[in-house]
Design a protein around this ligand. Structure first.
Ligand code: FES
Length: 172
């Protein structure tokens, strides 16, 4: 039997019992004693798994001595944390003031129709996520969006639809 845990330390919640790899265990071990470790732990979980599974919340809470509500509160406060597997393509449309003044709401409505999903509600097939973002640093070239990490400025609906089509064609 081998263990790296101090016998006096509180143990993290048990790992899933299905024999599958448990990437969360090492992360909990790494961050459980670090003051203020919740945020870096959540980032590490999302980086390792792609999102923060709801089943991870009680384990994180127990490992860090927090309540589930505290962990959930932080996850829901920060827009960048995902609680579902990421979509294949992520289209983030700026909803902040400058972009709104230049038509980002209308752009968003058109994109909802084109993609068949609502803003901030991933499409059921997991292919696309249409997400809100509040300023991409391109206010002088509004409306702005980010497609799979690439910034695009002064994007109207026809240009955005062309970008989507191009992305879908590359994937096909
Ligand atoms: S307000 Fe949209 S990029 Fe700044």
């Amino acid at each position: 039997m081998s263990t790296h845990q101090s016998p006096a330390a509180p143990s993290a919640a048990p790992a899933p019992d299905d024999g599958a790899p448990d990437p969360l265990a090492a992360l909990l071990q790494r961050w459980r004693k670090v003051p203020g470790g919740l945020l870096p732990l959540l980032h590490a979980v999302q980086s390792a798994i792609g999102y923060i599974p709801p089943t991870a919340v009680p384990r994180i809470a127990r490992a860090l001595g927090l309540s589930r509500a505290e962990v959930h509160g932080v996850i829901s406060f920060y827009h960048d944390f995902r609680t579902q597997p990421p979509a294949q393509h992520r289209l983030r449309v700026c909803q902040a003031e400058s972009c709104q003044a230049m038509g980002s709401r209308e752009l968003t409505a058109g994109l909802e129709q084109r993609l068949g999903c609502k803003l901030d509600q991933p499409r059921a097939d997991g292919a696309w996520a249409l997400e809100s973002v509040y300023c991409l640093g391109l206010c002088a070239a509004s409306p702005a969006l980010m497609l799979d990490g690439q910034l695009h400025a002064r994007v109207g609906l026809p240009q955005a639809v062309a970008l989507i089509k191009q992305t879908e064609e590359l994937r096909a």
